[in-house]
Design a protein around this ligand. Structure first.
Ligand code: MEV
Length: 420
């Protein structure tokens, strides 16, 4: 039934799909609804394209990083993420905003060379021929060199499996505004014949590494306790509870995974809105966090000598403002303009700042009123919408469900019926 599906036009694909899945005309109309990404463009982006998928795009507000104010486009389906980011950013802005730095942006390519007999000699040979090898890599992608980027250094590592020792060569590349996957893969493939000749081994695996530890960004914030108090707790107590929540994550992988998921809620939302490869950033962040062999919380919360709460987050941020599908995605192009982000380095610092703000919002809520109150308010609204509530009805239905604590589809439908 799906034979040659990729060769068919989109409308032919929909006809086939209609028969296959028994779609109604109304359901076909949903698939035919064209969003900000034109079908024509989407059709060139993936195989077997039938429609485009949308998630809400909102603005995370109140963010101040290195003295600059940002309205941050965030694409996410999770109801509380943008609200939480905006409220934590407001708190941080009152304390002077976030400070962010970047380590620079070198991406990593890997070559795994098997069958090398003398590792020391092979290592020496690679180091001696470094300039020549970098020239070979750069010659494989001359346009990058012309724009001021290019291959910068080679590092040699030894990796031991249960079977053998692998001679691993890393190529560090400055990819400028791109994430650079194609650039790096082209370069490492071009380098292989020379690496094999110089080491006497066979380069079986050549591909970029998603652990981009040469391209990190760090965000920090310092919040005095007089900004942390809640209705029932002093600022000191909230601060100490947040630090204890961090210590719990640091000691327990079950909690660390959730702590980190909350950080990535913000980072993924920003980078999805910027048309970036979110899987690469996720892979990089989790691997970096476990780089010494133990999975840890990505951020760190402590108390400084003045008694303020201090938050810090360092993560690899292989982000891009060009390349991939960024230029052909109208919303991704707009995101840069809306956020007034000048370049990839600034985007990396902004994303990590959002991650830290998101983490503060979650921890503060968790150790005080609990996460459910805020979550449920937004959850109630989405449930009301799913049940068919429209316009002002949405708020009213949500409020009624919150009053009774019954937040589910059938309750929402019952309230809508009563209202109408
Ligand atoms: C929910 O998406 C994220 C949180 O679970 C994060 C956390 O627990 O730190 C609230």
């Amino acid at each position: 039934m799906f034979e040659g599906y990729y060769k068919k036009s989109r409308s032919e694909r929909l006809q086939i799909l209609r028969d296959y899945a028994g779609l109604t005309d109304a359901e076909l109309a949903i698939l035919n609804h064209e969003g900000a990404l034109p079908f024509e463009t989407a059709n060139h982006m993936v195989e077997n394209m039938i429609s485009t998928f949308q998630v809400p795009l909102g603005l995370g507000l109140n963010m101040v990083v290195n003295g600059k104010k940002y309205a941050v486009p965030m694409a996410t389906e999770e109801p509380s993420v943008i609200a939480a980011m905006s409220s934590a950013s407001k708190l941080i802005a009152q304390s002077g905003g976030l400070k962010a730095t970047s380590s620079g942006r070198l991406m990593v390519g890997q070559m795994a060379v098997y069958g090398v007999l003398n590792f020391e000699r092979a290592k020496q040979t690679i180091i001696e021929h470094q300039t020549f090898l970098l020239d070979v890599a750069n010659a494989a992608y001359p346009s990058l060199l012309k724009r001021g980027g290019g291959a910068r250094e080679l590092i040699v590592r030894e990796v031991e499996t249960t079977e053998e020792k692998i001679f691993v060569v890393h190529l560090h590349v400055e990819t400028l505004e791109a994430m650079g996957a194609n650039m790096i893969n082209t370069m490492v493939e071009a380098l292989c014949p020379d690496i094999e000749r110089l080491t006497g081994g066979t380069a079986e695996m050549k591909i970029l590494s998603n652990l981009t530890d040469q391209a990190t960004a760090t965000a920090t914030c310092t919040i005095p306790t007089n900004l942390l108090f809640t209705k029932n707790r002093s600022g000191e107590e909230v601060r100490d509870r947040i630090v204890r929540a961090f210590a719990f994550s640091d000691a327990d992988i079950y909690r660390a995974a959730t702590h980190n998921k909350g950080i990535m809620n913000g980072i993924d939302a920003v980078l999805l809105a910027f048309g970036n490869d979110v899987r690469s950033i996720e892979a990089s962040a989790h691997a970096f966090t476990a780089r010494d062999g133990r999975y840890r919380p990505m951020s760190r919360w402590s108390v400084n000598a003045r008694g303020d709460l201090v938050g810090e987050l360092t993560l690899p941020m292989p982000v891009a403002t060009v390349g991939g599908s960024i230029a052909i995605s109208p919303l991704a192009t707009l995101a840069k303009k809306i956020a007034k982000v000048e370049n990839a380095e600034e985007l990396a610092m902004l994303a990590v700042s959002v991650g830290l703000a998101q983490n503060l919002a979650a921890l503060k809520a968790l150790v005080t009123e609990g996460i459910q109150r805020g979550h449920m308010t937004l959850q109630a609204k989405s449930t009301a919408i799913s049940a068919g509530a429209k316009g002002e009805e949405i708020e009213r239905v949500a409020e009624k469900m919150l009053e009774t604590g019954q937040i589910n589809l059938s309750e929402a439908k019952k309230i809508i019926e009563e209202e109408r």
